[in-house]
Design a binder for this molecule. Sequence first.
Ligand code: SAM
Length: 237
Amino acid sequence: MAEHMEQTSVTTTSESECSTKPKETPGSVPVEEMTSKDYYFDSYGHFGIHEEMLKDEVRTLTYRNSMIYNKHLFRGKVVLDVGCGTGILSMFAAKAGAAKVIGIECSSIIEYGQKIVAENNYSNVVTLVKGKVEEVELPDGIDKVDIIIITFFNIEFTKCHKRTGFSTAPEAPYTHWKQTVFYFDQLDLTVKKGEEIQGSVNVKPNKSNKRDLDFTIEVDFKGELSEMKETMQYKMR
Ligand SMILES: C[S@@+](CC[C@H](N)C(=O)[O-])C[C@H]1O[C@@H](n2cnc3c(N)ncnc32)[C@H](O)[C@@H]1O
């Protein structure tokens, strides 16, 4: 059909879109030419991280259901997908009946997103724009949108007819965010109802690889049956 033959438009607003420094920064190297060094600076440019997100069914199906089960909210609307990656959520919005979907993505993965959108015949509705959401201009003279899609770790779509949401709490079903339980070194900490554990959790990106995390957990507890005053270090790699 003619409407499906239109090419997905990927608008690049400037070379240093995602960056403050040229070359070694997100989105500045074409995806087909990226090497390990480029992936270090543009980890979202690698399809692997998007594959991991897409395969996380708790996450991806919840986002999908929030749109597909709410066609009445999406029908005929203009939708902005912030950080669209491979364009998956833009396509869900189009499938849910949006009139126009604009996906913005600063990483080179958008080049695959363009192909994926075209292969799935959504080019007539979905336009992917390369750049930082805080810097790009919306295409086609659009100056406002009806719906903004952005991804979060814990989510609940409260306007749905049935509960649609997920959690990354440790007891919730596993997601690619690798929810984690930190075990204390001290095994026998008995806390009675009403007693309070004081402390702090400090988390920072690892110096050598910003995707790894270093944690410091401080616990200061003095209860009736046990006590603990400790500082513990954890690494997430
Ligand atoms: C968690 S991923 C989600 C990708 C996609 N929406 C999905 O659900 O599969 C977040 C994406 O936002 C992009 N991003 C982060 N900051 C951005 C910004 N300021 N402007 C545009 N894109 C951004 C990242 O490059 C990454 O691809």
